[in-house]
Design a protein around this ligand. Sequence first.
Ligand code: BDR
Ligand code: CA
Length: 334
Amino acid sequence: MTTTPEPVGDPAGSAEPRPRMIIDCDPGHDDAVALVVAAHLADVRGVVTVAGNADIDRTTRNALVMRDLIGLDAPVHRGCVRPLLVEPSPAAFVHGESGLDGADLPEPTTPLDGTDGVEFIIETCRAEEGTWLVPVGPLTDIGLAFRLAPDLPGCIAGVSLMGGGSFGNRSPAAEFNIWADPEAAAVVFDAFDPSTPGAAAGELIMAGLDVTHRFQVTPERIAAMREVPGQLTGLLVGLFEFFTETYLARHDDGALRGAALHDPLAVLAITHPHLFTSHRRHVVIETRGEHTAGMTVIDERDLRERAEPNCSILTDVDADAAFALVLAAASACP
Ligand code: BDR
Ligand code: CA
């Protein structure tokens, strides 16, 4: 097992530049936390929404609300209204009908900056080479951007995504974000495959269920958030309680102590890579399997004939240190 590369930047006062990123999200409770963390630790050049946990109108509204609450100075662009090929299948059973049930959220006060999310991704990455893409929902926007702009994988620092894993949650084999748009996910994973002509030079990082289930919203962590004064932290407590309730209701007794706080780990993998362990493997996306569509097929063979790795798979995280960063980020918001 190896560790991920050196920290890109330490936002706690160091002179290192913050990593530049675009967050592509479907808020979503854990997406909301990813935005909080990114706003504090990274240079967020924009937020693009995607249909996933809820329909595109709801995820976009939720992104606008979060921008206000965080005080994030970045544009929000609406992305794809539906997956590339499969039917949309929102996850109200996890996130509620609104996508962010559990808190009495205010109306957005700032308008959407555009309905051209995919174009925004392409133009921003071309204009500022070395930008990270951080998708924490289905990969529709990123897959389409890679198809429309084949030069894009060569312009970016990499993709750090939440999705996949060695087990599933939406099906026995598939995690929700990959399952919700497997064709788009296949485009993204293939772009980093060294055997693909013009393969991306940057890194593909996968924060899958293996690592995100090690980062849970435990009662102690909710209590710690409750201690932090402020409007945002109060709302986050309500969101954490709802999210945890749905998780615990859907899992066997004792399987988890709280909801898995998936999405912020895709951000922290870039800003604080030293908190993670990972290994590099070749990963492909199953798009057609009757029982396995959306599966991340990870080549764990020890045969010399296996394909070259295209992906750094996060396997463990220092969960206490990661949650301390979530708390610090939330307490720094207005
Ligand atoms: C992923 O699916 C969504 O429910 C979460 O926001 C996360 O991105 C976990 O499978
Ligand atoms: Ca998400």
